[in-house]
Write a protein that binds this ligand. Structure first.
Ligand SMILES: O=C(O)C(=O)C[C@]1(C(=O)O)C=C[C@@H](O)C=C1
Length: 480
């Protein structure tokens, strides 16, 4: 019951976060009026969110590891509450900018607490993190409807801020009363893994996944920023141009739900991650090259499904599995790279257009290609399993290989048995067994498992002897 209440509260926060992501742009006219400024100046206030994020992610991430998830979560929620309550009533643009920075800080606190928390709540299930994305999208979907409703009924625009504020207020009470997983227990299990020295595999994976923190965000921002303009440039109608963005959003929600269900059912995270990145690359190439509205529409949907369907969350899950007791810090750094992307993509793509780029979407293809390369590295390097389910799937796959090899070994034993029967040699050969065990010693690189390996092989040989005896008995019975 407690877990259900807690999870519900965590998801509800992301619905509110979905509101926060677009609430300033959705109410920009009214806000600009309040601030006594033009829309152009008012839109400058939006950059405060980016600054807040950039500055706060790393700090919040480390604080989350140091002081625990609950504290940082409550900091995130209360700073968001402050943002929602004060912004519609405030009349100073300076304070508005400060509030935007606070929203950015709130965002980073929420992420730094929630993503690690979800992996700690369900050790055998990392798919909840992907569902976060669905709640963000639902929030982004509902808020414009609220804004429209308020406008239609000539109600105060500030109500659109007070609704998320009320949800947050109630949710703070809900989450304060929830019990969080004890940090001590989490640490005991994970400290053991973290004491092992860092190896090259971990360094390589962490590096490429940080790059992915940038590219996975950049690929989406680039698309959403330019797709409508691009579609108009290549002569598509206004309706089609806007439709492409809507199809992308529908694809995104479909992708999140589909990925969530697939990962709940099958343990195919590496394969799914690779496949989605390949689909995203093909989809963006298609959108860029196509001049047929229907083909572009299908590709835009596919791009939303693959590039914005939770791959970023999947990558973060893989990252959190590498250093389990630095989850907060890793989440902070990962999203910091995402914030850098939100900052730089508009600047870089703007420059490209100024320099006379023929096709502005080609830049997005390059980013999608880098994402694909990361996915290939992740697929090849095989990160450590990050859930009980994943670890068991790996064991199942390895057992399948072992069985095949055992069948081959027993075939070889059968051949040995024939020769021995023909030459009347005794089944058991202790000298040969010792030679086999010596080879096990030479071949085993991880010396801590050597006794287990030798034990297993000894057992196999014991079974091989029984098998040979059964073959001989069968033969003698037949011969009789
Ligand atoms: O090599 C043999 O002589 C076998 O019979 C095979 C085998 C084995 O399984 O490796 C089994 C029993 C013997 O004691 C030694 C080895």
């Amino acid at each position: 019951m407690n877990q259900f209440k807690l999870k519900q509260g965590l998801f509800l926060n992301y619905l509110v976060h979905g509101f926060a992501l677009i609430i300033l742009t959705q109410n920009l006219l009214e806000l600009a009026h309040n601030w006594n400024s033009t829309i152009a100046v008012a839109s400058f206030v939006l950059s405060g969110i980016g600054i807040g994020r950039l500055v706060a992610y790393l700090i919040m991430g480390m604080l989350s590891d140091r002081f625990g998830r609950k504290q940082i979560l409550l900091i995130g929620m209360s700073t968001y509450l402050l943002f929602f309550i004060v912004t519609p009533m405030n009349h100073s643009i300076m304070i508005a900018y400060g509030l935007s920075i606070i929203a950015g800080i709130a965002n980073s606190a929420l992420d730094s607490a929630t993503y690690p928390l979800f992996t700690e709540l369900s050790r055998n299930d990392s798919s909840n993190n992907i569902l976060i994305k669905a709640f963000i999208s639902i929030g982004e979907f509902i808020l414009p409807l609220i804004v429209l409703f308020l406008k239609g009924h000539q109600l105060w625009f500030g109500i659109s801020f007070l609704i998320p504020a009320a949800i947050l207020g109630l949710n703070i009470i809900n989450l304060i009363t929830c019990q969080f997983p004890a940090k001590r227990v989490v640490d005991q299990v994970e400290a053991k893994q973290s004491n092992e020295p860092i190896n090259m595999k971990q360094v390589a994976l962490t590096t490429v996944l940080f790059i992915y923190g940038f590219t996975s965000m950049a690929v989406m921002i680039w698309f959403t920023q330019w797709i409508t303009i691009f579609a108009n440039q290549i002569g598509f109608s206004d309706v089609t141009a806007h439709l492409l963005l809507s199809l992308y959003s529908i694809g995104s929600i479909t992708g999140v739900i589909a990925s969530f269900l697939i990962l709940k059912r099958f343990n195919a995270r590496r394969q799914l991650f690779l496949d989605l990145n390949l689909v995203a690359l093909i989809a963006i190439i298609t959108v860029s090259a196509s001049r047929i509205p229907l083909l572009s529409s299908v590709a835009a949907f596919a791009f939303g499904l693959s590039a914005a369907g939770g791959v970023m969350q999947m990558a973060l899950n893989q990252l959190l599995a590498i250093f389990p007791n630095r989850k907060g810090t890793l989440t902070g750094i990962f999203f910091m790279f995402g914030s850098i992307a939100s900052f730089t993509v508009p600047i870089i793509s703007g420059f490209l257009i100024l320099l006379g780029a023929q096709n502005i979407l080609n830049g997005d293809i390059v980013i999608a290609l880098i994402s694909c390369l990361v996915a290939i590295v992740v697929f090849a390097v095989k990160p450590a399993p990050n859930s009980l389910g994943d670890a068991r799937t790996e064991i199942n796959q390895l057992d399948a290989k072992l069985i095949k090899i055992l069948e081959q070994r027993f075939q070889a034993v059968k051949a040995v048995s024939h020769f021995k029967q023909a030459d009347h040699i005794q089944t058991e050969d202790l000298k040969r067994e010792q030679a086999v065990l010596n080879q096990v010693d030479q071949l085993t690189k991880q010396k801590d498992i050597l006794p287990y390996n030798q034990n297993i092989i000894q057992n196999i040989m014991n079974n091989a002897k029984q098998y040979q005896n059964s073959l001989t008995q069968n033969k003698t019975v037949k011969d009789d």
